[in-house]
Structure formats: structure tokens, C-alpha cells
Design a protein around this ligand. Structure first.
Ligand code: HEM
Length: 506
């Protein structure tokens, strides 16, 4: 036995030893916090006092669920560069968009993105390594091309018709309903059809009996919070999978849709009609070249589409309706455009994607609502490359994380004018040159090589639904005096938009 008399084991649990251990731990943590804040490897920048010592400050803000607003206020208080964690900085200088996200930039996605997916199996959204990402992007981008998605319009029309029918029922009963929820049902059913040729069935029942939305919401919360402490993502993710949490239903659903369409597989369901979808096209690619386009790629592209393309679209749709209902002048102008184009026969029944592109005011409404309420609410973080870099006039050491929040960019009065915080679709139509400048600072879908690959899909979903609903229904907020209630994690999600509808004479 070691030191039996001079060092009895009970000594370890005595008050002096516990006090010694405790104070050593505190000293160690203090030293670590000071090192994080003042190490020469860190870039010094203004910001909230506690943010420079630990990531806890940032985590706390994210937990409070309105970081997009906090982020705008931080820039008003501290200027174009704000330190939000010991090694993380939020930037508001519009010129930095090109430096950080522009094509050919060496800034790679920050490790926090890893927490948005399987750590062992990164997808197009979560892959950090630029060359691996470039390979994935080359492989998958054709599935999202304009020519590919135009052929998927029947899916959009199908879901639009079902939602129209549900709203007609609400109009007849006079019942109030949560518009946010129904737009989410629409976006989910539609992305199911577009991604894997199968809808989730939300619009049929107006319910989420399997708790899919709650599950996905929990995973998005997880991604935002654990992303800040990304080092713990891998073990936590393993644990969640063991417990059957973290989007398990969506994984199983996606895989089941692929499996039943795999020719020759044990699970193939013969005669299942495969509507034109990302899955249909991915399976074609797999058939052409199974070595390069593996079945795991098929799974990955379908899953990433559902994950990245559901909430984002429903949030954007909800923002459009919210701003229209809060701005009667804009709503009246949009109705005028829709009605005039209907009576002059310029748009068909139902309004198609092609028709919608010839509706300038409606396109401006969509753009403006998404500017004021972008789906993402955290800075899109990137790692400063080897050798460091100058961003927003400041030198950042390599390994620092710099990011721009879409909300910070879009509420910038230098770029969008003194009325940047006002919903005014006309700003996109008044002056072509000005609109081009604003376009450069419009990052709702990201910018550069990591820009949203599903942007056109989303714009098709939105452009078809909005005029078709505006033409058929009169919307009314149940409590028009109330402000907008949101909760944000990664996504800034509306909470409850209670509405009533009545049918218009078409
Ligand atoms: C209004 C709807 C949408 C918004 C606002 C939106 C927003 C964004 C943003 C901001 C990014 C870039 C993130 C970054 O740079 O850090 C992104 C990337 C991405 N989005 Fe979307 N998105 C939308 C719809 C969709 C849809 C419908 C899909 C799929 C069908 C999709 C799939 C993706 C994917 C796969 C990426 C990663 C691309 C890459 O890194 O190469 N998104 N999206």
C-alpha cells in the first residue's frame, strides 16, 4: 500500500483537501478565461465584457431566443466588429461579405456547422473542407438546377391546391387558425414531395401525429446551442442516436422512400410511381454511374434537402404574409397586380411559376419580406485562413471565426437607407442601379461558393403559393394590434400568427 500512515485516504475527503482542489480548479478556470481573452493569438475587438472570457455569454444569448435582435443592437453599440465569444466575431461591414464568403475565398465554414448533422457523414450543408465540399457541390448542384426544378412544378401545384382547399374550409367555418402552422405543413409536405416524392401528410390531417416538427425543432435547437461548443457534438450525437432522438423519424422516412424505389432491392415496391423529384434525378445519376454517385449520395442529397429546405421556406412564407397583413397599402397593391393580370389574361388558373416571374410587385414583396425576416438568425461563421486576414479594416489572426448575420446585413441603413427597418417593396423597383447595389448586400440565401443550393426551389414554392392565395382569399389577423412573436435558434421562427380567411370572388 502506498503511504498508508502518512496519507490516509480519508484525507482526500477532508475539508482542506476539497478546498484546495476547488480553489485550484477555480484558479485554472480563471487562468483559462484570461488566456482566452488576452492571448496574443486572439484579435482584440470591442464587445460585451464577458464574451471575451468564455463562450457561455454567446450561449446564454442564443438560449434567450432572439439573437438576431441582440446582434443588431451589438453593432449599434460597438461598431462594425463585435467580439461575441473569445475567438468569434460578428461583422457588420457590408464590404466584408465578399472577403468572407466570395467565390475563391479561403475562409472555410466554422466548425459550429458540424452540429447541424451527422458528424461521421457530413452533407453539402455541414461539410467544412472546401475541396470535399466543391466535389459534393459539383455532384449535387445539377439536381437543383432551374431546368430540373421547373419539371417539379406539378408537386408545387398539388400542395398549393390542398392548402387552398383547407383554407376554403376555414373560410366556410369562420374558424381562426395559426397561419404559421399551416404554412409549415405546406412547406414540409412539399419538400417531402420534391425531395423524395412522398409528402409527410400534414396538410391532409392538419396535424403532426408523429411529432416530426417537434423533433426537427429540437434538433435545430440542439444544432444552434451545441454548435457553440461543437467539440461535444460527436459524443452527444452518438448518445442521441442511441436514444432514438435527433430527427430519427426523418432519417427513417427518407431512407424508406429511397429503399422502396431501389430497383432490384429487397425493399423495392414494384409499381410505385416516382414523381419527378430530387430522388428521381439522384437515382438516375446513381444508375448511370453507381461508383461516382453512390446510394449514400442519394440519401445524403435527399436528407439535406428536407433538413435545409423545410423550415426556411415556411419561415419566409410566414414573413411574407405577416408583412402584407401589417401593411395594408402593400397588400392592396399586390391584390391590384394579381387582379389586373388575371382579368387581362396575363396569368393563368392556377398561377404558374412562369406567370409569377412576370409579376414585378409580387417579386419585390417576396424579396423585401425575406430581407426583413431572413430565416437564419445566427452569424454565418467562417474561419480566418492561414496567415490571418484583414476584415472590416481589422486584422484577424488565423483560426478566428468571423461571421455576418443576415439580419445585421439587411438592417444596415448605409445599404438599405434610413427606412431599412420598414417593409417597403417599392425600394426594389424604384431605381435599377440602387437595386443592384442592395442585391450585393442581400444575403438571405448566403453568398459565394456556399450559397443556398435550394434557392430556386424555394422561390418556386413561394412564387406559386402567394399569388394563388392572394387571388382566392381575404386574410385578417385575429389580433391585429399584437406584435410579432418569434423564437430563434438557427432559424427565426414565428410563434403564432392567428388568422381568419374569407373567400374572394375570383
Ligand atoms: C427561403 C428558403 C431558404 C433560405 C432562406 C435558405 C437559406 C440558406 C442559407 C443562408 C444558406 C447558406 C448558409 C451559409 O453560408 O452558412 C443555405 C445553404 C443551403 N441551403 Fe438553403 N435556404 C432556403 C431553402 C432551401 C431549400 C428549399 C433547400 C433544398 C431543397 C436548401 C438547401 C440548402 C443547402 C443544401 C445548403 C448548403 C449549400 C452548400 O453549402 O453548398 N435551402 N441556405
Amino acid at each position: 500500500m502506498l503511504f498508508p500512515q502518512r496519507f490516509p485516504i480519508s484525507y482526500l475527503f477532508s475539508f482542506p483537501s476539497i478546498a484546495f482542489l476547488f480553489s485550484s480548479l477555480i484558479l485554472l478556470l480563471l487562468f483559462r478565461a484570461l488566456w482566452q481573452a488576452y492571448s496574443p493569438k486572439r484579435t482584440v475587438a470591442p464587445g460585451p465584457f464577458f464574451a471575451k472570457f468564455s463562450r457561455l455569454w454567446f450561449l446564454r444569448q442564443v438560449l434567450q431566443g432572439e439573437f438576431e435582435k441582440v446582434n443588431i443592437e451589438l453593432h449599434c453599440k460597438y461598431g462594425p466588429v463585435v467580439r461575441i465569444a473569445p475567438n468569434e466575431y460578428s461583422i457588420s461591414d457590408p464590404e466584408a461579405i465578399k472577403t468572407i464568403f466570395g467565390h475563391g475565398t479561403q475562409f472555410m465554414k466554422a466548425p459550429s456547422y458540424k452540429a447541424a448533422g451527422d458528424p461521421y457523414f457530413p452533407n453539402l450543408f455541414t461539410e467544412l473542407d472546401p475541396p470535399t465540399h466543391a466535389t459534393l457541390r459539383r455532384k449535387f448542384a445539377p439536381l437543383y438546377s432551374m431546368s430540373s426544378i421547373v419539371s417539379m412544378e406539378p408537386c408545387v401545384q398539388k400542395c398549393t391546391a390542398v392548402l387552398t382547399e383547407r383554407l376554403r374550409e376555414f373560410a366556410q367555418s369562420g374558424a381562426a387558425f395559426n397561419l404559421q402552422e399551416w404554412l409549415q405543413f405546406y412547406a414540409f409536405d412539399l419538400i417531402g414531395l420534391l425531395a423524395v416524392s412522398e409528402s409527410f401528410g400534414f396538410l391532409d390531417d392538419g396535424k403532426d401525429p408523429r411529432g416530426i416538427l417537434i423533433e426537427l425543432d429540437a434538433f435545430i435547437k440542439y444544432s444552434a446551442r451545441v454548435g457553440i461548443y461543437h467539440e461535444i457534438h460527436t459524443p452527444l450525437y452518438k448518445l442521441m442516436q442511441t436514444l432514438g432522438k435527433g430527427g430519427a423519424y426523418i432519417y427513417t422516412f427518407t431512407w424508406a422512400q429511397i429503399a422502396k424505389r431501389l430497383p432490384g432491392s429487397a425493399t423495392e415496391e414494384k409499381g410505385v410511381k416516382l414523381e419527378d423529384s430530387i430522388l428521381a434525378r439522384a437515382l438516375e445519376k446513381h444508375k448511370e454511374d453507381p461508383e461516382t454517385f453512390k446510394i449514400s449520395d442519394v440519401y445524403q442529397v435527399c436528407l439535406a434537402s428536407i433538413g435545409a429546405g423545410s423550415d426556411t421556406t415556411s419561415i419566409s412564407l410566414c414573413a411574407i404574409f405577416w408583412y402584407l397583413l401589417k401593411t395594408p397599402r402593400a397588400l392592396a397593391k399586390l391584390k391590384e397586380e394579381v387582379d389586373e393580370m388575371t382579368t387581362s389574361g396575363k396569368i393563368s388558373h392556377p398561377v404558374t411559376f412562369l406567370d409569377a416571374q412576370a409579376m414585378p410587385y409580387m417579386q419585390a414583396v417576396i424579396k423585401e419580406a425575406i430581407r426583413l425576416h431572413s430565416a437564419t438568425g445566427l452569424p454565418l461563421g467562417r474561419v480566418v485562413p492561414k496567415g490571418g486576414a484583414k476584415v472590416a479594416g481589422k486584422y484577424f489572426t488565423e483560426g478566428s471565426v468571423v461571421g455576418i448575420n443576415t439580419w445585421v446585413a439587411h438592417y444596415n441603413t448605409d445599404m438599405f437607407g434610413d427606412d431599412a427597418a420598414t417593409f417597403r417593396p417599392e425600394r426594389w423597383l424604384e431605381d435599377k442601379e440602387k437595386a443592384q447595389v442592395m442585391e450585393r448586400y442581400y444575403i438571405a440565401f448566403g453568398h459565394g461558393s456556399r450559397t443556398c443550393v435550394g434557392k430556386n426551389i424555394s422561390l418556386m414554392e413561394i412564387s406559386v403559393l402567394v399569388p394563388n392565395l392572394i387571388r382566392r382569399f381575404e386574410f385578417e389577423l385575429v389580433r391585429p394590434e399584437d406584435g410579432l412573436e418569434c423564437y430563434s435558434n438557427w432559424f427565426v421562427k414565428h410563434q403564432n400568427v392567428l388568422c381568419r380567411v374569407s373567400e374572394r370572388k375570383v
